[in-house]
Design a protein around this ligand. Structure first.
Ligand code: G3I
Length: 346
């Protein structure tokens, strides 16, 4: 549709509006929709560690470059997702020089040497990537999903943590700052940041890091929400808590599932109109709150753009999902009007 308003223009005085994309979405109808509706992009998969350095010393930039080029050609910002993650990270990182998994090492001297080697690999990676994109990309997810309240010490028991403790987090942020300068903003990104135990563990981690001089600029809140939870109040409470530490808050992966957490049902082809209206009301509540609390959240990125392409349609089961403002035919949904011009819904 070309005759509808633009979400990015509607919120131009509040925050940039972004969308996650795959390189193959940068032509045709999706490209046209993106150009009109958003002013920021993030790679859904193309800037993850396995995409950029599949084996040691082999850097594959093509797909990441395509996204940066499209954004630059169309006057859009780009976010980087993600320098460090436990998932989509090739296994070579975690093997010692003899090819043995570092986590299996029992000798303490060898464990120390392995830790040094892994941190060196990380340092090299971060500096290489930041140096390449620092002029075009100003917003960086440095670490993703490192806190897990159910794991020992509340830290996700990933290879990174098991081999280096929290040193990998420190190394990644310091290397990113040194390679990119103060001009790039560095984020710790996670999901479920509204839940008190997760939120408080992230807070504690960030506070400890800041006290040590680790350069963290803000918290990325993924914000994969559904029709019922979390409440907007819980989200605001989390943003406010991190703001008290002097940190920036951004919403990095917004989408709204039609199903509650344990629900395994499927609406099939035609999602009932009342469900779409409930979704619209909730999107409106969220955006109204963000607008009313000016500056509390400085950027909003959706984890996709239209309902034909979303990770949710295969998670936790394969079924119809419709988490965005545009439907699978790229038409504006009630949720679009709810955030752009609610009078159209009355
Ligand atoms: O590229 C291969 C392809 O070659 C192969 O034929 C195909 C068969 O399954 O798989 C393709 O890889 C898939 C990849 O997406 C690209 O489509 C992976 O299987 C699939 O697991 C992967 O899923 C991504 C997921 O992260 C991985 O954990 C989703 O697209 C992506 O939306 C999702 O994004 C994450 C954020 O990074 C972090 N926060 C949560 C968010 C949602 O899970």
């Amino acid at each position: 549709e070309t005759d509808i308003p633009s979400v990015a223009e509607t919120y131009a005085d509040d925050f940039p509006i972004g969308a996650a994309v795959e390189p193959n979405q940068l032509s045709g109808l999706t490209a046209e929709l993106l150009k009109k509706q958003v002013n920021s992009l993030v790679a859904e998969n193309a800037m993850k560690p396995d995409a950029i350095q599949p084996s040691e010393g082999v850097f594959t930039w093509d797909r990441a470059d395509q996204i940066v080029k499209f954004a630059m050609d169309n006057g859009m910002a780009v976010r980087f997702h993600t320098l460090v993650w436990h998932s989509q990270t090739p296994n070579w990182y975690f093997l010692d020089e003899a090819g043995k998994p570092m986590v299996d090492e029992t000798d303490s001297a060898k464990r120390e040497a392995n830790k040094k080697l892994l941190l060196k690999r990380l340092d090299t990676y971060v500096r290489t990537v930041v140096a390449r994109y620092k002029d075009d990309i100003k917003s960086w997810d440095v670490v993703n999903e490192v806190v897990e309240p159910g794991d020992p010490d509340g830290m996700r028991a990933s290879n990174w943590y098991l081999i280096t403790g929290t040193d990998y987090i420190e190394t990644a942020f310091r290397a990113a700052r040194e390679a990119g300068g103060k001009d790039i903003k560095l984020y710790i990104n996670d999901y479920g940041t509204d839940a008190a135990n997760k939120r408080d563990r992230i807070y504690e981690l960030v506070k400890t890091m800041l006290d040590k001089g680790v350069p963290i600029d803000g918290v990325g809140h993924q914000t994969h929400i559904n029709l019922l939870s979390p409440s907007v109040d819980a989200m605001l409470a989390s943003f406010n808590k991190f703001k008290e530490l002097g940190l920036d808050n951004i919403i990095t992966e917004l989408d709204m599932s039609l199903y509650t957490w344990n629900d395994r049902s499927d609406y099939g082809e035609d999602v009932p109109q009342d469900v779409l209206l409930r979704q619209a009301a909730r999107y409106r509540e969220l955006f109204d709150a963000l607008k009313a609390n000016k500056g509390l959240v400085s950027a909003v990125t959706f984890w996709g753009i239209a309902d034909n392409h979303t990770w949710l349609s295969s998670f936790p089961i394969t079924r119809t999902e419709a988490p965005f403002l545009f439907d699978k035919y790229y038409h504006a949904k009630p949720a679009f009007w709810a955030v752009v011009d609610p009078s159209k819904l009355d």
